[in-house]
Design a protein around this ligand. Structure first.
Ligand code: PLP
Length: 444
């Protein structure tokens, strides 16, 4: 495709100019601004199935899925009908309703946690789970892993991956904030270790374990690009409980995605607390945290750890989440189909890159995939430092070439893409045709 035949972006450009005048950077979440790939972010008018249509009327095959929630594809009929039916009964009550009970019953039934509390985002879920862990243990430090992102609460914006990912390397243990506005005193309560390094985790826990309230982790990392945990690292994670720390699985991205019971089910994890977001709200704003009754009963009004929300348990959001989980539960073959598509996508990308002599290393699991633009053997990228060696300029060129051919990949090297139940074999072939053209230096 030559530049002359590229679709117009005039309306997106005009909207972006208006947006920049009234919103910082023109967007309501940083990675949407295309800063790391350049060009004009597409302003999306509507989304159906596996496709987005932008303000200029151009249709794209979508691999972002709203950054994870849209596992069934956009505008799924069951979700649309559930939201419409809830809407007919009013949009917010500020008092409990049956849908909250139904979604809590579905989550406890699927995941095996005793209790769950709904909030409005993944950020609220992790922030609340950490406050709970501190209240339950009476300890003040938390431990996270470099390149893992757990939302934008102050104490979690430390070595936090994706939109914040730079090549800065701090010492393990104490770490610096990855955002202005986070006091060093807050960051000092967050210890940092290297993902997939069991010896470093064991050493930190041996030294500081009795001060640590919780270890929070992405069971499969999506926010440094996809990083898959080794069995040795998972075993070390489970050992943190020997020191009295709680183990918090942040399944905001992986929950209900890598299996019906998320990464927890797929990898045989036994966390004390789990955080969810994204899919649990079916495309509406929901987060949740849950776990053992003795821990969860520390949450107010049952216990002394305060946490509240004006719109928590919102009827529209509960309806969308419930409909999504019901479809997932009724479609046992879906996860196999998503994995088969993603594996074929990974294989196709590898061979397209190899034919063109482009260095590429693909990590994938379930319906999550990152194509790292670097010359590492497949599967060998395991840490933040490994991922950070990628050629972000080469990725940006490839991203633009794909977008020019109507394939909407995640606009950052350090993100996962998400395959949905709406992606078809035809979509797979179209993606691989576009990728071959892009690696060969054509296409946008
Ligand atoms: N935790 C993980 C693993 C995430 O990927 C994200 C968002 O991408 C969050 C937490 C924060 O969720 P939210 O953006 O809904 O606040």
């Amino acid at each position: 495709m030559t530049t002359d035949s590229l679709p117009s972006t005039a309306r997106s450009e005009a909207l972006f100019a208006r947006a920049r005048a009234v919103t910082p950077g023109g967007v309501n979440s940083p990675v949407r601004a295309f800063r790391s790939v350049g060009g004009t972010p597409r302003f999306i008018r509507e989304a159906h199935g596996a496709h987005l249509t932008d303000a200029d009327g151009t249709r794209y095959l979508d691999y972002i899925g709203s950054w994870g929630p849209m596992i069934l594809g956009h505008d799924h009929p069951a979700v649309r009908e559930a939201v419409a039916s809830a809407l007919a009964g009013g949009t917010s009550f500020g008092a409990p309703g049956e849908r909250e009970v139904q979604l809590a019953e579905a989550v406890t039934h699927i995941t095996g946690v005793d209790r769950v509390r709904f909030v409005n985002s993944g950020t609220e879920a992790t922030m609340s789970a950490l406050r709970l862990a501190r209240g339950f243990t009476g300890r003040k430090y938390i431990l996270k892993f470099r390149g893992n992102y757990h939302g934008h609460a102050d104490g979690l914006l430390v070595e936090a991956g994706s939109g914040l990912m730079t090549n800065a390397e701090g010492a393990l243990g104490q770490a610096a904030p990855s955002s202005a506005g986070v006091p060093q005193e807050y960051a000092a309560l967050t210890l940092v270790s290297e993902y997939n390094d069991p010896a470093a985790l064991d050493a930190l826990m041996a030294g500081r374990g009795r001060e640590i309230a919780a270890v929070i982790f992405e069971p499969v990392v999506g926010n440094a690009g996809v990083l898959i945990p080794t069995p040795e690292f998972l075993a070390a994670l489970h050992r943190v409980r020997d020191h009295g720390a709680l183990l918090i699985a942040d399944e905001v991205m992986t929950g209900f995605r890598l299996s019906l019971n998320g990464a927890t089910g797929l990898l045989g994890l036994t966390p004390d607390l789990t955080c969810w977001g994204k899919i649990i709200g079916g495309g509406l704003p929901v987060g949740a945290y849950g776990g053992r009754a003795d821990v969860m009963d520390f949450v107010s009004p049952q216990g002394p750890v305060y946490q509240a929300g004006t719109l928590s348990g919102n009827p529209l959001a509960m309806a969308a989440g419930l409909a999504t989980l019901e479809v997932l539960e009724a479609s046992p073959a879906l996860y196999g189909r998503l994995e088969a598509y993603t594996t074929a996508l990974a294989d196709g990308l590898r061979s397209a890159a190899r034919e063109a002599g482009v260095p590429l290393s693909v990590n994938h699991i379930g319906s999550m995939l990152t194509a790292f633009h670097q010359d590492a053997p497949d599967g060998s990228i395991r840490t933040y430092a490994d991922a950070a060696r990628s050629d972000t300029a080469a990725f940006a060129r490839w991203f633009q070439a794909m977008l020019g051919q109507g394939i909407y990949w995640a606009p950052s090297q350090f993100e996962s893409i998400f395959v949905s139940g709406a992606h078809t074999d035809h979509d797979l072939n179209a993606t691989l045709d576009a990728a071959r053209a892009a690696y060969a230096g054509r296409g946008g």
